[in-house]
Design a protein around this ligand. Structure first.
Ligand SMILES: Cc1cc2nc3c(=O)[nH]c(=O)nc-3n(C[C@H](O)[C@H](O)[C@H](O)COP(=O)(O)OP(=O)(O)OC[C@H]3O[C@@H](n4cnc5c(N)ncnc54)[C@H](O)[C@@H]3O)c2cc1C
Length: 475
């Protein structure tokens, strides 16, 4: 519903939440409008109509991409509303409160090559909290931890013969020094077997592909694998106090610049109107804007916007994405001496074990030792329906395999998080199915982490894409 103002312009407010006070306020001779937006703004907002003019943009999704775009757009003087279904901003990189600090729901760190997010962190005044460390990454092979996180550890990697180590090192060097274009159209598995050798592939890389991609492990495109090596560095960055601070700071800056970030507000649909504008229907009401930017996965965007034409859907509502699950345990003591453990031995029920407090000091978390047990699975996998307690029971014997001294009594607290659309499955045809930022519908733009190809999804690439989107919108 649109409330006409005394000077003739119109203010969009959610239809369902219009109160008597608002109706009366629209008639006020003082040209003051009182908008009581229940639930999501939490308090009565008093604004003059000049302050609260119509919104140019609606941004769907409050992860790195949505918030990054909202920050740049409000900085450039645009008005906008951002709708995020969760009550905390940050999407897949969001944290939760643990003691008086934040911990990510899914393990997160940065690489030195993540220059866009590093610059943003500095721009937002958080640069002094960004710390770089070289924590230990190991592969678990025949029950032993084998460090593999630098050229030197590769040369010492005893599960492989010296000639095999040199061959793997040569392939890694080539991947580091070349561009992704050389690898287009190729599948990772046969290429790696051919160039690294069958044995190195089957001992180290095949188990990792199987653990991460399950039945799709032999269909992953080589450019995706190229990015894993090309973009990664041995030093890892972390924002002391949690990455959530970055997202909280973005919300703060967007709000200060006049943007509205509506948390806990799920978008149900969006449709173009006859006058060229858009109506966004949310759980809290409907809003009218000039332009819509969807940062939701393309598949979800297609579901929420029925006006998208059939040929667009046929091409871009395509392919698979896996969901992510992390069971986080707080232990009263250290489990291992490594940050990241890739179980290459068969049978482990988790893709990786990340002992966060071998990267960050336990003192940041009130002495807790924090462990992530992570999994990527198809979104209909029974794992996503299991109770936390049942998952824990399934995982416990494997923690004992990793550290025979482990006792379930060490577990003090636990948390379970899971998210759909967490890992795009990048096959050789994937590239043909990445939509442009501009859609065939006037006023609708699509920018999401499924478009960051060939790089693996990451906060950096979402912020980079947000910057590119805003440059396109401004031109
Ligand atoms: C297990 C795991 C580990 C990772 N590790 C790292 C790492 O170490 N370093 C790194 O940089 N990155 C890492 N990432 C990737 C990183 O989290 C993502 O690339 C980035 O957060 C994506 O941001 P985004 O805004 O593009 O998407 P998202 O974060 O998915 O944001 C989309 C938002 O849309 C919201 N939404 C969905 N539907 C609706 C709706 N109907 N209405 C309103 N809102 C809706 C969602 O709640 C979400 O907040 C990891 C991801 C996972 C899953």
């Amino acid at each position: 519903m649109l409330i006409p103002l005394s000077h003739g312009s119109q203010v969009p407010v959610p239809c369902k939440n219009l109160t008597v006070t608002q109706m009366m306020a629209t008639c006020s001779a003082t040209r003051k409008i009182v908008l009581q937006l229940q639930g999501f703004w939490g308090e009565t907002q008093s604004k003059t109509d000049e302050e609260y003019s119509y919104m140019q943009y609606a941004i769907l999704g409050g992860g790195a991409l949505g918030l990054g775009a909202a920050y740049r757009l409000t900085k450039a003087g645009h008005s906008l509303m951002l709708f995020e279904q969760e009550t905390t901003a940050g999407g897949l990189a969001a944290g939760f409160r643990i003691g008086d600090t934040w911990l990510e729901k899914y393990y997160h760190h940065l690489f030195r090559t993540d220059t866009t997010v590093i610059k943003l962190i500095q721009e937002l005044g958080l640069g002094d909290r960004l710390e770089w460390l070289h924590p230990r990454t190991v592969c678990l092979i025949d029950g032993k931890f084998q460090q593999l996180d630098s050229p030197l550890t590769l040369l010492k990697f005893s599960p492989l013969r010296i000639d095999e180590r040199l061959r793997v090192a040569a392939v890694v060097a080539v991947l580091k020094l070349t561009g992704s274009g050389l690898y287009e159209g190729k599948t990772a598995e046969p290429w790696l077997r051919q160039w690294m050798g069958r044995r190195p592939y089957s001992i180290v890389f095949e188990p990792l592909f199987v653990a991460k991609f399950g039945a799709m492990h032999d269909q992953i495109a080589l450019p995706w694998f190229w990015a894993r090596f090309h973009d990664r560095t041995t030093y890892l960055g972390y924002l002391r106090g949690g990455f959530q601070q970055l997202y909280e700071r973005l919300v703060e800056r967007i709000s200060q610049a006049g943007g509205k970030v509506l948390l806990g507000t799920r978008v149900e649909s969006a449709k173009p109107l006859a006058d060229g504008r858009w109506e966004v229907q949310t759980g809290q009401g409907a809003w009218t804007v000039d332009r819509v930017i969807s940062t939701l996965p393309t598949r979800l965007t297609c579901r929420l916007i029925p006006a998208l034409p059939g040929d667009y859907r046929a091409r871009y509502d395509w392919g698979q994405a896996y969901g992510a699950q992390c069971l986080i345990l707080s232990l009263d003591r250290q489990l291992t001496d490594s940050y990241w453990i890739n179980p290459c031995d068969a049978g482990y029920p988790f893709t990786s074990l990340v002992e966060h407090t071998n990267f960050r000091p336990t003192s940041e978390y009130g002495g807790r030792h924090l462990i992530y047990l992570g999994n990527y699975r198809p979104m209909d996998d029974p794992l996503f329906k299991m109770k936390k307690e049942d998952i824990l029971q399934e995982f416990l014997p494997y923690l004992k395999r990793i550290n025979p001294a482990f006792d379930p009594e060490w577990i003090q607290e636990s948390w379970l998080f899971q998210a759909p659309f967490a890992q795009p499955i990048v096959t050789t045809e994937y590239r043909e199915h990445i939509p442009l930022l501009r859609t065939p519908l006037k006023g609708l733009w699509v920018a999401n982490m499924f478009q960051v190809y060939p790089h693996d999804r990451g906060q950096n690439y979402s912020f980079e894409l947000a910057d590119r989107l805003v440059r396109e919108l401004e031109n």
